[in-house]
Design a protein around this ligand. Sequence first.
Ligand code: ADP
Ligand code: ADP
Length: 226
Amino acid sequence: MANLKLQQLTKVYNKNEIAVKDFNLDIKDKEFIVFVGPSGCGKSTILRMVAGLEDITHGELFIDNQKMNDVSSKDRDIAMVFQNYALYPHMTVYQNMAFGLKMRKQTKTEIERRVNEAAAILGLKPFLHRKPAALSGGQRQRVALGRAIVRDANVFLMDEPLSSLDAKLRVQMRSEIISLHSRLQTTTIYVTHDQTEAMTMATRLVVLNHGQIQQIGTPKEVYEQP
Ligand code: ADP
Ligand code: ADP
């Protein structure tokens, strides 16, 4: 369960480069919000501020009415999936998925339960002992998703998670992520520059331009506007 409130969120890099300006957005529990817009419009910056990986210059971020600005990244109940997977090459699939839980001092039994459950959902059970180099692109992306799922976080942030996959796999993983969301119902912000992804995946779509909201609504509302 998580509601997010982004209030007048602003990011200024190097004292005068405004990347995000007075960005306001209320995200309701279970929503799948997609940020779409050209490269450089501020999508990743907003995601990183929500994740706590980037300081907020002005404005406020609330999760379930709690102000998060000064809460460190590791204390936010958020799991993030990146474009380049960021898997550890020397670890097996199991160890990659277990790593974040180990860091958070979960018991071995709990780690095994969660990793096996996520592996079952994602079809990764046969690959648990393999290293990332021995996996296909789609399987690696599933491991990256698995690492987020095992955290059992209240918020998912996904930054162009499919953009390094080929077109066919992208379409397949798109529907896998949609069914994952209908199953887990985790509040999600998904960043892409791909309009088809935005249109097919979003419950609500935010079109960004120069760090501000240009359009917002359901995919139908946004794409049918003149
Ligand atoms: P997007 O994700 O939409 O491509 P970004 O959030 O990455 O956009 O970037 C928004 C703007 O902020 C761009 O002008 C980019 O050059 C700038 N920017 C992003 N990260 C940094 C950084 N670490 N230092 C300085 N400028 C940055
Ligand atoms: P290593 O080969 O270095 O032991 P593994 O990935 O095989 O690395 O396993 C690391 C730990 O996780 C081991 O303690 C192992 O028992 C446990 N483990 C690995 N795979 C599973 C699994 N499918 N279910 C439960 N525990 C597992």
